[in-house]
Design a protein around this ligand. Structure first.
Ligand code: ASP
Length: 411
């Protein structure tokens, strides 16, 4: 008998999780530890995986010129897709106007907003990108700082010659391969983990509020869908001349994983596996583009930041001017870059955008953001899937532009 493909196993696990949660309500939370353990396993590999993968990727580039070329292509792609996503969010929120007439009171939004840590300013994020202690950055899971150090370290290796350089290249490549093997083992547990994650998500959802802000959720869902099934596939085709359906097929497991974990970071091991092993992008490109993407390229989050802030402004009765909307576009982009690849990170970053247009300290903002937090899980799942998909499109587009042709031969 042919074994069911992993993404089908994951989809079935999702369905079972939903059914289990609906059937047993709170009692179904007995399955939650399965999801927690699975998330911990994924997180366990992230730091060594990111570090070895970027070091190998950058060291494998050979010199600073190639690093500059790959780096600028990657950043250009990430900027392009994020801005398009934001413009979709901007247009839809102006057309649908989901915030107009929304009544949010303290009773309907009885959530503790203080659990949201207000983010640092954008300037701080840039400064903190440089770690004073790389080991601490790794221990704190500070991905941007870790990536910064790994790039510098990989570049350091390219500046060496002879035996020491060979040795380090071999060593880090072997470590990276070991991490990928462990990852492959963890991925096999995905159906069980996803069952636990989805059960918990459904069993703890407060469905009543979903109705109050249904239009807001719909607006974001439509925007994410347009970006996922029209914009990104079109860009994919323009860059690669390959049928985008092949790409969707190759990425199915990573997308299912992004959806169930709500974390681009936790999905990264699976994204790397799909892009390298199923799609066939070289390790050189994927190990540089994907970890960077999981940390700074978040199209779904960018769209969400913009639409979310306009929603809040509408609900508070403000009509943002053109200039203010422009500020929203720029800060939404920066907030998406600064957002960590973890659940609900995008929602926390919304304060940065709100501050930029002077709404951050409005007395009603707490209730609104609290309500958005209460209904955030499904939106977070969807935007994370879009975030991960965009990273993968970037990896293939860049691989193509680097002359790679052996793509999609095994899927
Ligand atoms: N959960 C998202 C991610 O990991 C970030 C967000 O909250 O928008 O990609």
């Amino acid at each position: 008998m042919k074994k069911l493909k992993l993404h089908w196993q994951i989809f079935i696990a999702m369905g079972l999780g939903v059914g289990f949660a609906l059937l047993f309500g709170e009692k179904s939370l007995i399955a939650a530890p399965l999801g927690d353990i699975f998330m911990r396993l994924l997180k366990m590999v992230i730091v060594p995986l990111i570090f070895t993968s970027i070091t190998v990727g950058v060291a494998g580039l050979g010199d600073g010129r190639s690093l500059g070329r790959l780096g600028s292509k990657t950043l250009a792609y990430y900027f392009l897709t994020s801005i398009i996503a934001i413009l979709i969010g901007l247009t839809l929120t102006n057309l649908i106007r989901p915030g107009v007439g929304v009544q949010i009171s303290g009773e309907t939004a009885n959530f503790d907003v203080t659990q949201l840590k207000t983010p640092d300013s954008l300037g701080d994020i840039l400064i903190r990108m440089v770690p004073t202690n790389p080991v601490k950055a790794a221990a704190d899971g500070d991905m941007l700082a870790l990536i910064f150090f790994a790039i510098i370290f990989g570049y350091g290796i390219t500046c060496m010659t002879g035996k020491p350089r060979e040795f380090l290249l071999k060593l880090f490549d072997a470590l990276f391969q070991a991490m990928m093997k462990i990852t492959a083992g963890i991925i096999m547990l995905a159906p069980i983990g996803v069952f636990g994650l989805i059960t918990k998500a459904v069993a703890t959802a407060g469905f009543d509020l979903f109705r109050a802000v249904g239009l807001y959720m719909l607006t974001i869902a439509i925007g994410l869908t347009l970006h996922l099934i029209i914009v990104l596939p079109t860009l994919f085709f323009l860059f690669t001349r390959i049928n985008p359906l092949k790409h969707f097929r190759g990425m199915a497991s990573a997308m299912a994983m992004a959806f169930s974990t709500s974390s681009s970071g936790a999905t990264l091991p699976v994204t790397l596996d799909c892009v390298e092993n199923k799609i066939g992008v070289s390790n050189k490109v994927s190990s540089f583009v994907l970890p960077l993407g999981a940390t700074i390229n978040m199209d779904g989050t960018a769209l969400y930041e913009c639409a979310g802030v306009l929603f809040i402004a509408q609900a508070l009765g403000f009509d943002l001017s053109f200039a203010q909307q422009f500020v929203v576009v720029i800060t939404a982009f920066l907030a998406s870059v600064g957002a960590a690849g973890i659940p609900s990170a995008g929602l926390v970053m919304i304060f940065i955008v709100l501050d930029a247009v002077g709404l951050g300290s409005h007395p009603q903002v707490g209730f609104l953001v609290g309500t958005m937090l209460a209904v955030d899980r499904p939106l977070d799942m969807y935007r994370t899937m879009v975030n991960v998909f965009s990273d993968s499109v970037g990896a293939v587009a860049i691989a193509k532009s680097e002359g790679e042709t052996e793509l999609y031969t095994s899927s």
